[in-house]
Write a protein that binds this ligand. Structure first.
Ligand code: GLU
Length: 511
């Protein structure tokens, strides 16, 4: 039997990391077993579902690189894959169930039901439906229908002796093991609401059956729904799929991961500059551990080795630092052209790169290479490289409100030895030109040492502040030649050359 699994998002917002992890596990399972991965959109909650959200969720799944075999956009043998387009089918099954005595029409109003619940509560009885409408005679039903009285369709749980099926349920959850429920814990429940819309438990079972789903891999929060769902399968004599309920994802404080913990949507991580490969890798590790305990792996490796049986039933803790670290590993290993491709849109968006040329590409490759080991996210390239494109001499020297100077600049520049040093650097650049590579940079540093007698921090800190406006950043022997080169390349935001930088600072310090 080829497995068929589905990811069934409710399109009420962005795809979140929990949903993404569920989708990934379904996809890995399908690919590992050569089965089918299906996306089904559960949009029967009309108040909250939107087509835009469906689009966003599908885009996020695509960005993650999870290809599905059947779904609302690609179609398939069991279309439609959008629940809002399947209501006729739910009606059909519901009618059959009523005709066969597995379900019945319930005419009780919300107010009546509420009163019954309150009464049950007061008498400390379980708030189960009291079967009023189950006991209606054919004539009573016909009379109510004749007045077009609104009604729901309610599933009947056979608790009596000689029932057509056992309403006690035990499942062997692939992740959680044996889970049992007894029939006493449930009352007759609604399949179709009086507004004609199916309940989640009903539409899921009809769809999973119709779509020949063999394994239901979903979030732990749906475990309690499984009792009702299995009862519907039994009433219909349908094959019951296997179940695998994946544990919750918690934040570092061990409460359920939510907005309070920071970004939780896939697209927010994408915007920050997480790579889809890193995201799939990290989310796969939330619950699954590799047989050889490796933490960085390709999709091919995950597909080959994935097993639901080795998914941990305990909650997984989302560790943003670890995720960042892992993303950094992916960024550090990317081929230069791929990395440049990814960064170009970001660099264009901030106005740094305005045109395309082979010269720009070659320069960008060197620039990116200089920063690569310092970043974990694509966005970090912007902060690490900002000094190249944005240089404010005044801000570097003064604590100005307009810019955000590095507060550590002040003591460096206030040192009485800094001013003559910076004047000497300006003079050296005028005489010898700005160093164009590592070798000439070294010679320049040697000249500065012998001219000023300074070395180590005393030499390099003022030098760094004068050239970059900050006390920290990439290696100067790479940054200085790159800034010089960049200042002469057309199609980039204007880059202030190292020589101009030092001269401006020298003037400001002399004032
Ligand atoms: N639509 C449900 C959800 O988003 C999934 C239900 C299921 O997988 O059975 O939580």
């Amino acid at each position: 039997m080829t497995p068929r699994v589905r990811f069934a998002p409710s399109p009420t917002g962005h795809l979140h990391v929990g949903g993404a992890r569920t989708a990934i596990f379904n996809w890995l399972f399908a690919r590992h077993h050569g089965g089918a991965f299906i996306v089904r959109v559960e949009d029967t909650d009309q108040a909250r579902s939107t087509l835009e959200s469906e689009q966003m969720v599908l885009d996020d799944l695509r960005w993650l690189g999870l290809q599905w075999d059947e779904g609302p956009d690609v179609g398939g043998p069991h279309a439609p894959y959008r629940q809002s387009e399947r209501t006729a089918r739910y009606d059909e099954v519901a009618s059959e169930m009523v005709a066969q005595g597995q379900a019945y029409r319930c005419f009780c109003s919300e107010a009546e039901l509420e009163a019954k619940r309150k009464a049950a509560e007061a008498e400390q009885r379980a708030p189960h439906y009291d079967l009023t409408c189950y006991r209606l005679s054919e004539a009573q039903i016909a009379a109510k229908l004749a007045t077009s009285m609104p009604h729901a369709i309610r599933f009947h749980i056979p608790k009596e002796a000689g029932a057509p099926f056992d309403a006690n349920v035990t499942i062997h959850d692939i992740i959680r093991g044996e889970v049992s429920w007894t029939k006493e814990t449930l009352g007759d429940f609604i399949l179709v609401r009086s507004d004609g819309l199916p309940t989640y438990n009903f539409s899921v079972v009809v769809d999973d059956h119709d779509m020949a789903i063999t394994h239901v891999i979903r979030a732990e929060e749906h475990l309690t729904n499984t009792h009702r769902q299995v009862l519907i399968y039994r009433a219909r004599s349908w094959d019951v799929p296997e179940f695998a309920h994946v544990s919750l994802i918690l934040g570092q404080d061990r409460t359920k991961l939510s907005k309070r913990h920071g970004a939780t949507s896939v697209s927010a991580y994408a915007e920050e500059g997480f790579l889809s490969e890193a995201m799939v890798n990290y989310l796969t590790l939330l619950g699954w551990s590799t047989p050889d305990e490796r933490e960085i792996f390709t999709r091919v490796y995950a597909i080959e080795n994935f097993s639901l049986r080795s998914v941990n039933p305990a909650p997984a803790v989302f560790d943003p630092q670890k995720f960042e670290w892992l993303n950094g590993q992916y960024i550090h290993a990317l081929p230069p052209e791929s990395l440049r491709e990814m960064l170009l849109t970001r660099f264009s968006a901030v106005g740094w790169v305005r045109e395309g040329s082979a010269e720009i590409d070659a320069w960008l490759d060197d620039l990116v290479e200089m920063a690569r080991k310092k970043v974990n996210r694509l966005n970090d390239f912007i902060s690490v490289l900002r000094f190249v494109f944005e240089f404010h001499a005044e801000a570097a020297v003064l604590v100005s409100e307009a810019a955000t100077p590095d507060q550590k600049n002040q003591p460096v520049l206030a040192d009485p030895r800094a001013r003559p040093l910076i004047a000497a650097i300006a003079a050296d650049f005028r005489e010898h030109g700005v160093p164009g590579d590592e070798e000439t940079f070294k010679q320049f540093v040697e000249r500065m040492k012998s001219d000023t007698g300074l070395k180590g921090k005393d030499l390099f800190m003022p030098l760094r502040v004068a050239l970059t406006g900050s006390t920290h950043g990439p290696e100067l022997h790479r940054a200085v030649p790159l800034m010089e080169r960049g200042s002469r390349i057309a199609g980039l935001a204007p880059i202030v050359s190292p020589r101009t930088r030092v001269e401006r600072i020298a003037v400001l310090l002399a004032e």
